[in-house]
Design a protein around this ligand. Structure first.
Ligand SMILES: C[S@@+](CC[C@H](N)C(=O)[O-])C[C@H]1O[C@@H](n2cnc3c(N)ncnc32)[C@H](O)[C@@H]1O
Length: 279
């Protein structure tokens, strides 16, 4: 009978042949998911035999992973700011760099006592829900044009018991009323011209979450132009953008009258998080 270690080795080899990066980690996490145990527990159970009731679903997951289905969709969750968020095809899989944006906002910005916060393009809700949980006195609004994304975000807010939060179906600010102290937005920024060269796994993210027109900035341009009307004086705008988009976005912010413009780098040094204030 196959042990956990046999299964881990065989699955890793198979995923490597399929060109999956980090194959061993992928396989470990799929086994942990199937056995409902942590990675540490897995190491202590290597010699345990796996019967067909555990192997059969693992084979299905392995096959799907080999076909390029993202690991996060197979596991059903992603950790973001130390909380587990459900993730599926309804919204973009939360990315680790977005966690860095949450960290910057929580640690580096001084917000009013009970800030009104808007998360525009909330997707699975990771930014808005994290801010709601980390700043319990905040009143957070999460908006998205996708009703699918909103249903996932609401599911996550309920699972994480975020109560200081509401959800609005809105194409940018069309259904939003003003008065925010912080507006954060990770809107689509992938240039249409990059579509043919994108990693196959991105095909599992909704198009609506990725593409922002020819240079990627179509939606962000409108967002920046409209945002001042929805910010309180001294209010902050914070975005996530793609590589080499910072100069154009800083110009847009400046042309719209924002001050204190600063773009923070992500951990790999890409200037990814522009922030600015309304004077
Ligand atoms: C890059 S995803 C980010 C999702 C989430 N905020 C995150 O960080 O993981 C962009 C999100 O913006 C939403 N979106 C796209 N166009 C929009 C628009 N015009 N108005 C509001 N939301 C929009 C998409 O549906 C998608 O959920």
């Amino acid at each position: 009978m196959k042990t956990i270690l046999d299964t881990l080795e065989a699955g890793t080899t198979w995923l490597e042949k399929k060109g999956i990066e980090d194959a061993r980690r992928n396989m470990q996490l799929m086994i942990c998911h199937q056995l409902d145990c942590s990675k540490i527990q897995l190491y202590t159970r290597f010699d345990e035999p796996l019967d067909e009731s555990a192997l059969a679903p693992l084979r299905v997951m392995l096959k799907q992973r080999g076909e390029g289905v993202p690991l996060q969709h197979l596991l059903g969750t992603v950790e973001f700011y130390l909380r587990d968020f459900h993730t599926d095809a309804r919204a973009l899989i939360p990315r680790p760099e977005t966690e860095e944006l949450a960290e910057i906002l929580i640690k580096r910005f001084k917000l009013p006592e009970s800030p009104a916060i808007l998360d525009m393009g909330t997707g699975s809700g990771v930014l808005g829900i994290t801010l709601a949980k980390e700043i319990p006195s905040a009143a957070v609004t999460c908006a998205d044009v996708s009703t699918d994304a909103l249903s996932l975000a609401e599911q996550n807010a309920t699972a994480l018991d975020a109560q200081n939060i509401r959800f609005v179906h809105s194409d940018l600010f069309s259904q939003i009323e003003g008065g925010y102290d912080l507006i954060v937005a990770n809107l689509p920024y992938v240039p249409e011209t990059d579509r043919p060269s994108l990693a196959p796994e991105l095909a599992h993210d909704p198009d609506l979450a990725l593409f922002g027109g020819q240079d990627g900035l179509d939606i962000i341009r409108t967002f920046i132009q409209e945002a001042p009307s929805y910010l309180n004086p001294g209010g902050i705008i914070a975005l996530e953008i793609g590589i080499h988009q910072n100069e154009e976005v800083e110009k847009l912010l400046s042309a719209t009258g924002f001050t204190d413009i600063k773009t923070y780098p992500d951990l790999s040094g890409i200037l990814r998080f522009p922030t600015a204030s309304k004077s």
